[in-house]
Design a protein around this ligand. Structure first.
Ligand SMILES: *[C@@H]1O[C@H](CO)[C@@H](O)[C@H](O)[C@H]1NC(C)=O
Length: 176
């Protein structure tokens, strides 16, 4: 009895593992694999792109990069609107104002026309790379703050860094 229930657990784990692996790479498109196999946070990359229809539907590297850029822009705008909401009632208003500027800049940098991706992918990549300096600015401004709003913005900023890395890789593989 004990051994058959052990077997059952073993089989379930094996099936779960297979589902998980299938989810992270076997079922991904070539374009998603090309990006996610090279980023720092592959698990997040596969999970996010495989559940984002425009990324799944991409049939070339430009569409795949656009999908990644769009996700990053959305996250930047979401963070911006959170900062705008909390900024007005803070004692550290000045810091939050500066963080708003950062996120406006990042959202703009992620808004890349497909024509630029095709004609000057290295220039699009440069614009994305500069965003790492922008999140460093946020870190320097509020990284040591202990209030809940600052901590939330820092969590969102760490996630922004992950999206910057994805966009960095997505615009890099275009040039290959
Ligand atoms: C990957 O990114 C997600 C989202 O920001 C984060 O929760 C997770 O901890 C990251 N994993 C690693 C290994 O960095």
């Amino acid at each position: 009895m004990a051994s058959s229930s052990n077997l059952l657990v073993f089989v379930s784990v094996a099936i779960l593992l297979q589902l998980r692996l299938g989810f992270t790479s076997a079922t991904s498109t070539k374009y998603i694999n090309d990006i996610c196999n090279r980023v720092r946070n592959s698990t997040f990359c596969f999970k996010t792109l495989n559940s984002y229809p425009p990324a799944v539907a991409a049939t070339n590297k430009y569409q795949a990069a656009q999908a990644v850029l769009h996700l990053g822009e959305s996250h930047a705008l979401k963070t911006l609107s959170f900062i705008e909401k909390v900024a007005m009632m803070r004692s550290n208003l000045k810091q939050f104002k500066a963080c708003q500027d950062v996120y406006k800049y990042i959202a703009m940098s992620f808004h890349v026309p497909t024509s630029l991706l095709k004609e000057a992918p290295d220039s699009a990549n440069y614009d994305i790379m500069v965003c790492y300096d922008q999140t460093t600015i946020v870190n320097n401004l509020i990284g040591k703050n202990r209030d809940v709003a600052s901590k939330k913005v820092m969590t969102m900023t760490m996630k922004m860094d992950v999206f910057i890395n994805l966009a960095d890789i997505a615009t890099t593989v275009i040039g290959w």
